[in-house]
Design a protein. Structure first.
Length: 539
């Protein structure tokens, strides 16, 4: 069993780390030059432009719906395809992005993703009909999907590592990194980070290779400690910032001009890639030793001795390559049923609770309720960033389950408030209260989602799957998430035509079932080691 093996490995590690971390009174990173971090910071800045581009793509359809339909004479069905095809493209991008990254390099993949986004924005800008719009949106979605697994999953996995005290998490982390090794943005940040940003290299010099293995894992844990807050919070906030900026400036710019604005983060990323080296770790994996050493030397500074770190990276890669790979059919084994049900179930409730319908068509909701779409979307955008920032800091303080329950409850209430506002409008009752109730319900909904259901399902997903199926199960759950995003964004306008208040009652019902699911099925994982989580899941 994987868990038993992890516990045995933990015992070995705990014996090994009793050796002093600093020998001879000198930190082994004292000799590392401190003045060349600017290249790492530049690489990080360039990489997180992908997160911002993600948000820009997601936020485009809401402020532009009325103008695009009017200018190009699109039917409701045609605009629904335009709005939802982004998620379909992203689903394909998420599936294919990993193998491409391993084939053409981290930088090459970021260039490719940006290229698809650029092509998509230009197609939208020059569009004279539905076909060009859809092709542009599909291309942007594909580029967004290539970034998606990175900006959503890996930063949260990294965030989890900071607060985990058990050495079992090192083996957990190693498997995650192996299975997500094809991820581009945070992986690129991790692969260029220097020792002195990672902390002290554990100085355990034992003959037994298992001791050295534990030492290497501790080194990479301290690596994650230095990059995790940046990777997790910056990625989440940059996505929200991209959505929010699109919402705000979309109220004053034409839809064609807003499409050109979407080119800006792509241009910054593409330009920045010329000034940063390729990932040393990827070069090492490909056996390009001279280029590997040159890239590492550039990142660490010309006066820095990189020999120890180069050996360390080579050893790390060899260890990763020895880890077993699971297959999709392994997910259907009885022993994995509950963990897969929890991870996938949370993704289902996250999406089918209505978030992408509301996010993609916020302006239209406010207009139908008789409220100013510009004021509503600007308020929405500001609230989303603030609550997301607060929620990210509460994940390991309040716990996963309480945040999920509070968030889902807020989603139910928000949907019901919006449903009441549309019910009053349809039946010509209390007309003055309709706009106030609508905006209150939408803001309550997005605030509740940003506080919990937005990020916590990804956190739980990173913790709940057994090590040996984590990569495959995580990929399957992500695919379900993107399918849900497409289904909701495509059907939202049709549902609103069927019944405006009925749509939000339906979403309220889904979120209410989600509360029951969280209470009855989802365990609390805060502060627990991997074996404790698996014991809770299988109990």
């Amino acid at each position: 069993m994987a868990i038993k093996d992890d516990i045995e490995n933990e015992e070995i590690c705990s014996q090994g780390v009793q050796e002093p971390l600093i020998q001879g009174g000198k930190n082994r990173t004292d000799d590392v030059h401190k003045g060349h971090h600017w290249m790492v910071y530049l690489g990080t800045f360039v990489s997180v432009c992908g997160s911002y581009e993600f948000g820009t793509c997601a936020g485009y359809s809401s402020p532009t719906q009325s103008a695009i339909r009017s200018d190009l004479n699109l039917s409701l069905a045609e605009y629904s395809v335009f709005g939802s095809i982004l998620s379909f493209g992203a689903m394909v991008g998420a599936i294919t992005g990993g193998p491409i990254a391993d084939l053409i390099s981290r930088k090459g993949t970021m260039r490719m993703a940006s290229g698809f986004c650029v092509a998509g924005w230009l197609a939208i800008y020059f569009a004279q009909g539905a076909l060009a719009l859809d092709l542009g949106r599909l291309a942007s979605g594909y580029g967004m999907g290539v970034f998606s697994y990175v900006v959503l999953t890996l930063p949260i996995l990294v965030y989890r590592l900071i607060l985990q005290k058990s050495l079992v998490i090192f083996f957990y982390a190693l498997t995650i990194i192996k299975l997500l090794d094809d991820a581009k943005v945070p992986i690129f940040i991790a692969e260029i980070s220097p020792k002195d940003l990672r902390g002290v290299l554990t100085a355990i010099n034992q003959v037994n290779p298992k001791y050295y293995f534990c030492s290497s894992l501790m080194t990479y844990r301290t690596l994650f400690l230095s990059i995790s807050i940046v990777s997790f919070l910056s990625s989440q906030l940059m996505i929200c910032a991209g959505v929010s900026v699109s919402f705000i400036i979309g109220n004053v710019l034409s839809w064609r001009t807003l499409a050109l604005i979407g080119l800006v983060p792509c241009a910054v990323l593409l330009l920045g890639l010329f000034f940063i080296p390729e990932s040393p770790r990827w070069l090492a994996k490909r056996g390009r030793k001279k280029e590997f050493e040159a890239a590492l030397q550039t990142l660490r500074g010309e006066d820095t001795d990189i020999s120890e770190e180069a050996d360390e990276i080579q050893e790390y890669i060899e260890t990763l390559e020895q880890l077993p790979k699971a297959k999709i059919f392994d997910l259907f084994q009885r022993r994995y049923f509950r963990s897969v049900a929890i991870g996938v179930g949370l993704m289902v409730f996250q999406q089918f609770g209505g978030i992408n319908g509301i996010c993609f068509y916020t302006s239209n909701i406010f207009e139908e309720a008789g409220f100013s779409s510009s004021v509503g979307t600007i308020t929405y955008a500001i609230l989303q960033v603030i609550v997301t920032a607060i929620g990210a800091t509460l994940v390991d303080k309040a716990g996963r389950k309480p945040l999920l329950l509070v968030s889902a409850t807020g989603l139910v209430i928000g949907c019901l408030v919006v449903a009441i506002s549309f019910f009053l409008k349809v039946h010509d009752l209390a007309a003055s209260a309709v706009p106030i109730l609508a905006v209150t319900g939408i803001l309550l909904y997005i605030g509740a989602f940003s506080a919990g259901m937005g990020a916590v399902p990804w956190v739980v997903m990173s913790e709940i799957f057994p090590i040996n199926i984590k990569g495959v199960a995580g990929g399957f759950a992500t695919l379900v998430n993107w399918f849900g995003a497409w289904a909701v964004s495509y059907t939202f306008n049709y549902l609103m035509t069927w019944s405006s208040y009925g749509t939000f009652i339906l979403y309220a019902a889904v979120n209410a079932i989600g509360i029951v699911f969280v209470v009855g099925v989802v365990p609390e994982t805060k502060g627990k080691t991997l074996e404790q989580i698996q014991a809770a899941v299988n109990s």
